[in-house]
Write a protein that binds this ligand. Structure first.
Ligand SMILES: Nc1ncnc2c1ncn2[C@@H]1O[C@H](COP(=O)(O)OP(=O)(O)O)[C@@H](O)[C@H]1O
Ligand SMILES: O=P(O)(O)OC[C@H]1O[C@](O)(COP(=O)(O)O)[C@@H](O)[C@@H]1O
Ligand SMILES: [Mg+2]
Length: 319
C-alpha cells in the first residue's frame, strides 16, 4: 500500500477538516502518498482528485465545512456506479480509501469493501445517528451552535411571555434535539423515536402558567414534523401564540469545538493505523473514551437508542 485516497461525503460536519488533516499527516508520516477526492463519491466517479501534502492541510484544523467539499451522489447508489468507482480507484493507483461521512456514506463504503477495495470509515455527521461510536464528529459543535441560538431566543421569550418552538436537525434521529433540549432547559423535547402527546404538552403548559411560568420553550426534532405544523396544532390548545424558529443549516457550520477537533484528529489518525495494520471494511469510533475499530456495517445494523435517563431528566427538571 503506497497511495491512499480520502473523501468527505453526505452532510458536512464541523471537524471534517481536522479529520482530513489527521488522515493526511498520519499517512505522510508513514511515507504514504495521499490523494484528496473532491465532492465525495461524485468526485470519485469523475476523477476529481487533488494531491494532499503536509502544507495543503495546514491551517484548516479549526475551520468548519470541508476543504474537499462534499456531495450526495445518486449514481453511486447503483451497482454500475459502484463498479465504476472501483475501476477509477484502480486506474489511479489508489490502494485504499478513507471515507469521512455518515451512515449513508458508510453503506457506500461497505459496497466498495465487498468489491475488494481497502476501506476505513470515519463517522462524521451532526446527527449522531450511528452505532460504533459514542459521538460522531460534528455532533458536539452542532449542539453548541443550537444552544447558543436557543439561549438568545430564551431572552426574548421571557421578555415577551412567549412560547418558542425551535426546530433542530437530526433527520430521523432525536439525539441533537435531546442533547440541546436538556442543555437549554426546554419544557418539551419532541423526538421521532417517541409519539407526540399534544394533550400532555398543553396540560403541562397550562399548569406551568398557573404556577407563574410566563414563557415556554419546545425543542422539536425535524423528523417529527415541521415547526409550523406543530405551532398550528398547539394554537387554541394552549394560552400562547407560538413563534417558530428553524435552525436548519446554521447547525452544520462554524468552527469545530475542542471536543470535535480532538475526536476528529484521533479518529483520522486511527483510520490510517487500521489500514497500515491490514484492516479493511472497518470504521473507527470512540467508545467510553477509547478509540476502537468495528465492522463498518455496525454503524447501521446496531441501533442507537435515546438514553431514557436523559428523557426523564427533561420531565423532572422542567417542572
Ligand atoms: N445504500 C447505499 N449504497 C451505496 N451508496 C450509498 C448508499 N446510501 C448512501 N450512499 C452514498 O452516500 C452518500 C451520502 O449519504 P447520505 O445518507 O446522504 O449522507 P450521510 O453519509 O451523511 O449519512 C449518498 O449520496 C450516496 O452517494
Ligand atoms: O443539506 P441537506 O441536503 O438539506 O440535508 C439535510 C440533512 O443533513 C443533515 O444535516 C445531516 O445528515 P447526514 O449527515 O446524514 O448527511 C441532517 O440533519 C438533515 O436532515
Ligand atoms: Mg446520515
Amino acid at each position: 500500500m503506497h497511495r491512499i485516497g480520502v473523501l468527505t461525503s453526505g452532510g458536512d460536519a464541523p471537524g471534517m477538516n481536522a479529520s482530513i488533516r489527521a488522515v493526511a499527516r498520519t499517512a505522510l508520516y508513514h511515507d504514504l502518498e495521499v490523494v484528496g477526492i473532491r465532492r465525495g463519491y461524485e468526485g470519485l466517479l469523475e476523477g476529481d482528485f487533488v494531491p494532499l501534502t503536509r502544507s495543503s492541510v495546514g491551517g484548516i484544523i479549526l475551520h468548519g465545512g470541508t476543504i474537499l467539499r462534499t456531495a450526495r451522489c445518486e449514481a453511486f447508489m447503483r451497482p454500475g456506479g459502484i463498479n465504476a468507482a472501483v475501476s477509477k480507484l484502480k486506474e489511479n493507483d489508489i490502494d485504499a480509501l478513507v471515507v469521512i461521512g455518515g451512515d449513508g456514506s458508510f453503506r457506500g463504503a461497505k459496497e466498495l469493501a465487498d468489491r475488494g477495495v481497502k476501506v476505513v470509515g470515519i463517522p462524521g455527521t451532526i446527527d449522531n445517528d450511528m452505532a460504533g461510536t459514542d459521538c460522531t464528529i460534528g455532533f458536539d459543535t452542532a449542539c453548541n451552535t443550537a444552544l447558543e441560538c436557543i439561549s438568545k431566543l430564551r431572552d426574548t421569550a421571557s421578555s415577551h411571555d412567549r412560547m418558542f418552538i425551535v426546530e433542530v436537525m437530526g433527520r430521523h434521529a432525536g439525539f441533537l434535539a435531546l442533547e440541546t433540549g436538556v442543555a437549554c432547559g426546554a419544557e418539551f423535547i419532541l423526538v421521532p423515536e417517541l409519539p407526540v402527546d399534544l394533550k400532555a404538552i398543553s396540560d403541562k403548559i397550562h399548569y406551568a402558567k398557573q404556577r407563574g411560568k410566563t414563557h415556554s420553550l419546545i425543542v422539536l426534532s425535524e423528523g417529527v414534523m415541521h415547526a409550523a405544523e406543530l405551532a398550528e396544532k398547539l394554537k387554541g390548545r394552549c394560552d400562547y401564540d407560538p413563534r417558530i424558529v428553524v435552525l436548519g443549516h446554521l447547525q452544520r457550520g462554524g468552527a469545530p469545538s475542542c471536543f470535535d477537533t480532538v475526536l476528529a484528529s484521533r479518529l483520522g489518525s486511527a483510520a490510517i493505523d487500521a489500514l497500515i495494520g491490514g484492516r479493511s471494511g472497518v470504521m473507527v469510533g470512540r467508545v467510553k473514551g477509547e478509540v476502537v475499530e468495528s465492522p463498518i456495517e455496525i454503524a447501521w445494523t446496531d441501533k442507537r437508542t435515546l438514553d431514557p435517563d436523559m428523557l426523564r431528566l427533561v420531565d423532572m427538571l422542567s417542572i
